[in-house]
Design a protein around this ligand. Structure first.
Ligand SMILES: [Zn+2]
Length: 352
């Protein structure tokens, strides 16, 4: 595995261990249309899923970082319907969207079909599965060591003394990491069983018998080289994976120039609510429009810097995107990873 991939995977990992849910429940289950539900990950779970209850079966979108979280979602689905999950869509290969795949096979048997774009299946094999070893041997043990050291010394990573509030938080995080380490030893990611290049449509019916086509589209590269969106034209709902989140999405595996077109194709679909990869359910197209505006300006700035012969380091210092700060809770002035990745894309440095 290349150093770049290792760094990217560690970044994903640390982005999802920042906090842990306080209660036993990992998701807020939100009905967004008749038979259509968002599973919004609570802090610490972070990544979202969705499920669609049809007349005969259930389709699930994305499976989270931990199989135990996927099992929790199975329990939530069973509170709502006794129909079996027959389809799991992986919007892309990242571990926080695929590592729970096996939970559906275990719960519903060999009839479950796993749907993904061709590239996502390849990337699960060549990136997500190797990343488990990376997490097992490096990422998680290093984090556990960090927490144990902080607790032993009575100071956090910044050197601040632990308080009555912060010590129990760290103890909970440490316990959670240890249980994640045990889960990692058992994970065998179930691979997509049905892959496609551009699109497919499942011709389903609602519980009430109405027609419910479920469209799955690959519009081009974006957050990864295999992102798909799940679109329900009758319900006017789209499930976007990490092409759209409530902030600036993770960029280290991205193709920012091509992402703009992928977002514009998604925006053109007729929908009123979006279930994003991270963050709450979005009403209307405001957030996707903000992301398109940000990406266009960032890509134009990088193109301009390359044309003028500016260095990457100077471009990172000079490209001023602050007017977009209010659009994204995680905004960083220089957006260094976005600029770096776009630079690599535009100068032909990305191999796949
Ligand atoms: Zn992702």
């Amino acid at each position: 595995m290349s150093r770049g991939i290792q760094v990217a995977l560690l970044s994903i990992f640390f982005s999802v261990i920042g906090a842990w849910p306080c209660g036993a429940q990992s998701f807020d289950i939100i009905q967004v249309a008749d038979g259509v539900y968002a599973a919004i990950g609570k802090p610490g779970v972070a990544s979202n899923g969705a499920f669609i209850v049809n007349s005969e079966d259930v389709l699930v979108v994305d499976t989270h970082m931990r199989p135990s979280w996927a099992r929790e979602l199975v329990a939530e689905i069973r509170k709502i319907t006794d129909k079996p999950v027959r389809y799991v869509v992986n919007t892309h290969w990242h571990p926080d969207h695929t590592q729970g795949n096996q939970a559906y096979l275990n719960a519903f048997g060999a009839g479950v079909e796993y749907l993904a774009q061709h590239n996502t299946r390849e990337d699960i094999i060549h990136k997500a599965i190797p990343s488990i070893q990376q997490q097992l041997t490096q990422g998680v043990p290093a984090s556990i060591e960090g927490f144990e050291k902080a607790l032993a010394e009575g100071r956090d990573a910044q050197g601040n003394p632990l308080t009555e509030q912060t010590r129990p938080q760290l103890e909970r995080q440490l316990a959670s990491l240890k249980s994640y380490l045990e889960e990692l030893k058992q994970i065998q990611i179930t691979l997509p069983t049905l892959t496609f290049e551009r699109s497919l449509i499942l011709h389903k019916r609602t519980a009430a018998g109405a027609e419910r086509p479920i469209h799955v589209y690959f519009f081009g590269k974006g957050h990864t080289r295999g992102d798909v969106v799940v679109y329900l034209p009758k319900e006017k709902v789209v499930v976007t994976g990490d092409l759209l989140t409530n902030g600036i999405p993770f960029m280290r595996d991205a193709y920012p120039s091509q992402w703009i077109g992928t977002l514009e194709s998604t925006q053109k679909l007729d929908w009123e609510r979006a279930i994003p990869g991270h963050g709450g359910v979005q009403q209307g197209k405001g957030q996707i429009e903000k992301l398109i505006a940000y990406m266009k300006e960032m890509v134009a700035g990088v193109k301009d810097a390359i044309a003028k012969g500016t260095s990457l380091e100077d471009a990172k210092k000079s490209l001023d995107l602050r007017k977009h700060a209010a659009s994204f809770p995680n905004f960083q002035q220089a957006s260094p990873s976005a600029i770096e990745r776009n630079w690599a894309e535009l100068t032909g440095k990305i191999q796949d």
